[in-house]
Design a protein around this ligand. Structure first.
Ligand code: ATP
Ligand code: MG
Length: 269
């Protein structure tokens, strides 16, 4: 109760602090789009960036990510020795260029407009894969291969995500189309592209193994899970890595059989 009151108070304070910028961006964007839009706060999380819906007459048209100057820069900058949290300016530029490439294949939202303070991309009324699995863990058997296909398609474009949890993958309940969002990390200098790809698979597999993300279902038939991954993860990644990657992913690291499976699939320990 106390915790949520503090969050509410922080959120109200942040909204007040952002108000002048929100109004300015709303004006600038309305001019660029040539229609009157409203920029409406979307996230109450108070992270490094602020998310806003761009609405026209109450209808969501686009999504805006605005730099949160007050949050400062991320600390620690390097996590797991594998990825670097980007600075505010880098985050906008990185997400913009990832979306510019991926959206050509419908793998991400489409970038629409940017200023120094914000980027705007297309809005998609999709659900987070994490939320689908929380609602029904048994969906893991059909979602897992589709997520792997999405990751393969991204890697085929020479793009890595580095924060590939199931909250950053959206799925359209109507068409089953999936999209990647939230590109705010980069691989550390010196990490090979193959190792960065391995990290993406490890992070997403680790998330699938969480009990409330389908992990309970996977544990019921672990052989089926591993066979599925053998079909979906490119054999080119089995070559081996000299980095001890599994240790960073607790749901993989804690069981011998998942560590063995990752060693066979990705050549990692
Ligand atoms: N283009 C979009 N279309 C529709 N919904 C979106 C879009 N971009 C983001 N969202 C929604 O906003 C949520 C948060 O977006 P995102 O992951 O980019 O931000 P974040 O600040 O890093 O938040 P989190 O820490 O929750 O991941 C997404 O899970 C999704 O529900
Ligand atoms: Mg996210």
């Amino acid at each position: 109760m106390r915790f949520s009151l503090i969050r509410l108070w922080r959120e109200r304070r942040l909204r007040r602090a952002f108000e002048p910028l929100r109004v300015r961006l709303q004006e600038e964007l309305s001019q660029a789009l040539a229609y009157r839009c409203e920029v409406v706060p979307a996230s109450g999380k108070g992270g490094y960036d602020r998310l806003f819906y761009v609405e026209k007459g109450g209808r969501r048209m686009a999504m805006m990510r605005v730099k949160n100057q007050q949050a400062g820069e991320p600390t620690p900058v390097v996590t797991e020795g594998l990825r670097r949290a980007l600075t505010a300016d880098e985050r906008l530029a990185h997400e913009w260029s990832a979306y510019a490439a991926l959206s050509t294949q419908n793998l991400s939202p489409k970038p629409l407009w940017r200023t120094e303070a914000a980027i705007v991309c297309s809005y998609h009324p999709f659900a987070r894969v994490a939320a689908c699995l929380k609602a029904d863990g048994a969906q893991v058997w059909q979602l897992l291969p589709r997520v792997c296909a999405l990751v393969r398609a991204m890697h085929a474009m020479q793009i890595v995500h580095m924060d590939l949890n199931l909250g950053n993958i959206l799925v359209d309940p109507q068409s089953d189309q999936m999209m990647l969002i939230d590109f705010e990390y980069a691989p550390v200098a010196g990490l090979s592209f193959a190792d960065a790809c391995r990290c993406d698979y490890l992070r997403v597999i680790n998330d699938f193994l969480r009990p409330r993300r389908g992990g309970r279902e996977l544990q019921k038939d672990f052989t089926r899970f591993v066979t599925l991954l053998q079909h979906e993860v490119p054999a080119t990644l089995a070559g081996g890595s000299d980095r001890p990657l599994c240790a960073h992913f607790p749901h993989i690291a804690r069981e011998a059989r998942s560590r063995q499976a990752m060693e066979a699939l990705l050549g990692v320990r």
